[in-house]
Ligand binder design. Structure first.
Ligand code: NI
Length: 137
């Protein structure tokens, strides 16, 4: 038996986005995205849950020091994304629609180089009824 533990840190950030594709007509955008396609965007308070999977260190009892994880999230997610317009301010969304599905992938890809094999899941709650998660598969 291997003592794998899943540990999660939650952070919250506010950002706006517009769901609109320039590959579709105005009518098609409206039909698909409805009011989420309006030109000036709309905001969400995104709740991000980052889950690590690992074996607790025999000395510290930790899978990872959560203060280290906090610093990584601050630097690579919160500083660039909090109070931003995701469509324009995040390079990955230059040619990618900033849907919740794509956002979990973008956050995963930003964190992966810093968390390596420990990174298990990125989950983002967009509204009280909608959330997405990604496990890098
Ligand atoms: Ni939205």
């Amino acid at each position: 038996m291997t003592n794998y533990v899943y540990i999660t840190r939650r952070v919250v950030f506010s950002a706006s986005h517009r769901l609109y594709s320039r590959h579709l007509s105005e009518q098609e955008n409206w039909d698909i995205f409805d009011k989420c396609s309006r030109a000036k965007g709309h905001g969400h308070n995104f709740e991000l849950f980052v889950t690590l999977k690992g074996i607790p260190d025999p000395v510290t009892g930790m899978v990872m020091n959560l203060s280290t994880l906090k610093t990584i999230l601050q630097e690579h997610i919160l500083d660039p994304m909090d109070h931003r317009f995701l469509n324009d301010d995040i390079a990955e969304f230059k040619d990618l629609l900033p849907s919740i599905e794509n956002l979990v992938i973008v956050v995963w890809n930003r964190l992966k180089p810093h968390l390596g094999e420990l990174l298990y899941e990125v989950k983002i709650i967009e509204t009280e009824n909608n959330f997405a998660f990604y496990r890098g598969e």
